[in-house]
Write a protein that binds this ligand. Structure first.
Ligand SMILES: Cc1cc2nc3c(=O)[nH]c(=O)nc-3n(C[C@H](O)[C@H](O)[C@H](O)COP(=O)(O)O)c2cc1C
Length: 124
């Protein structure tokens, strides 16, 4: 398993740096292809949209995508962290979590639990 992420202003990067997980973490800006199962962590932009570079990456690399996590800001109301909803329905994979900004401690703990035990999580 790989954690692939995208961060524009640093929140998602800050979040992934807090994670104590058993997998390697890659920035999608540093790679072209993924040939192993991966979980994507992205931010949300433009009123509930998936960042363009993330969607371009997924169009090419959705074969091994197994789950999605997104960051957002609750001030966007119904659009909060909606990138995860779009990716989840487009590629038929589960939303593991949505968090605000760089995440609180509770978000870190929850994501660590779900990601480190992903085989259990996806059977639920
Ligand atoms: C132009 C712009 C549009 C945004 N649109 C949304 C949105 O629709 N929904 C949401 O939840 N957050 C939205 N956000 C907030 C970001 O998703 C949030 O700050 C996120 O933590 C940024 O992650 P990053 O610092 O890793 O880039 C927006 C931020 C910007 C600057």
């Amino acid at each position: 398993m790989i954690i692939a992420f995208c961060s524009k202003t640093g929140n998602v990067l800050k979040f992934v740096k807090k994670l104590n997980i058993n997998y390697s973490i890659v920035n999608i800006q540093d790679i072209d292809t993924i040939d192993k199962e991966f979980i994507l962590i992205t931010y949300t932009t433009q009123l509930g949209e998936v960042p363009k570079n993330v969607m371009n990456f997924l169009e090419k690399n959705n074969k091994f995508l197994v789950g999605v996590i997104s960051s957002g800001n609750r001030s966007f109301g119904k659009y909060f962290a909606q990138a995860a909803d779009i990716i989840s329905s487009k590629f038929s994979i589960p939303i593991i979590h949505k968090f605000e900004s760089s995440g609180f401690q509770k978000d870190v703990i929850l994501v660590e639990e779900r990601v480190n035990n992903f085989d259990l999580f996806r059977k639920k």
